[in-house]
Design a binder for this molecule. Structure first.
Ligand SMILES: [Zn+2]
Length: 266
């Protein structure tokens, strides 16, 4: 393998799919997984790839939900692996209201586990990520300069996706999910007007392959049309009981701050 060549491996995690980007001299994890994924990631790296855990140079965390930020702190604790995330990531669960949202999000993750008929495992994880590296929109990723950060608010204020321009690959985090064969919007979307901008922004990227956190690898599609086609769906009313879930997902303080920013710019 040439130094800048890589292979992408899918790890089917407890709740979501996580991706290992394997280079000859280093490994990148997209993204922070669920806490029960720690031994799965360890086995994959050491047994399946016969690599050392110290080859795992960086974990990118797209956002603070339990299936995206749950394994990362435990991997860092064990192996000293660096974590990078958007610079506002730790505002999400700040304060008493943030603590409540953290608890509610963990309960919602358990609901997903229950629906998927998987055994219950401990998904508790720290409320604050304390990233070693703070990311900003359009930054190139430290140690992996061929990848770039794209700020993608909508699902949360601080969500980021990761883009490899040369190979036209996007790690989409929770901007779009696949259910059966359909691409759908995630839940919740607390910042709808920001989600519109995010989908427009993604539609402008040249993309051959999308790595989905929920639904595996998606190829051979007209991704630009796909992202645009999801925009009107942002305005569809959710059916019961999903419509009730918005009452338990809108607590984080950054939601109000982002909405205020939007009103000020009108
Ligand atoms: Zn999420």
């Amino acid at each position: 393998m040439h130094a800048e060549d890589f292979r992408i491996h899918v790890i089917n995690g407890y709740i979501q799919d996580t991706y290992l980007v394997e280079y000859s001299d280093k490994i990148l994890l997209l993204d922070g997984g669920s806490r029960p994924d720690v031994p799965i990631i360890e086995d994959f790296i050491t047994k399946k790839l016969s690599r050392k855990m110290s080859d795992l140079r960086l974990i990118l965390v797209s956002h603070m939900h339990p299936d995206h930020a749950g394994a990362a702190p435990f991997l860092r604790e064990k192996y000293g692996t660096l974590i990078a995330a958007y610079h506002e990531v730790d505002d999400w669960y700040a304060g008493a209201i943030g603590a409540l949202q953290h608890l509610l999000d963990s309960l919602m993750a358990y609901f997903v586990v229950y629906k998927s008929k998987k055994p219950f495992k401990n998904i508790r994880y720290p409320r604050f990520l304390k990233p070693d590296i703070l990311l900003y929109d359009n930054d190139s990723i430290p140690f992996f300069n061929d990848w770039r950060v794209k700020h993608a608010p909508g699902h949360t204020s601080h969500q980021v996706v990761f883009y490899h321009a040369q190979k036209q690959i996007l790690y989409a985090a929770d901007t779009v999910l696949k259910v059966n064969t359909y691409c759908v919007l995630p839940f919740p979307i607390n910042l709808r007007s920001y989600a519109v901008i995010t989908l427009q922004k993604l539609s402008e990227l040249k993309i051959q392959k999308v790595l989905l956190a929920h639904g595996g690898i998606c190829e051979n599609r007209e991704f630009s049309d796909l992202f645009i086609s999801l925009i009107p769906k942002l305005y569809n009313d959710l059916k019961p009981p999903m419509n009730l879930l918005r009452y338990v997902s809108g607590f984080p303080k950054p939601i109000k701050e982002y909405l205020a920013m939007e009103n000020n710019s009108l």
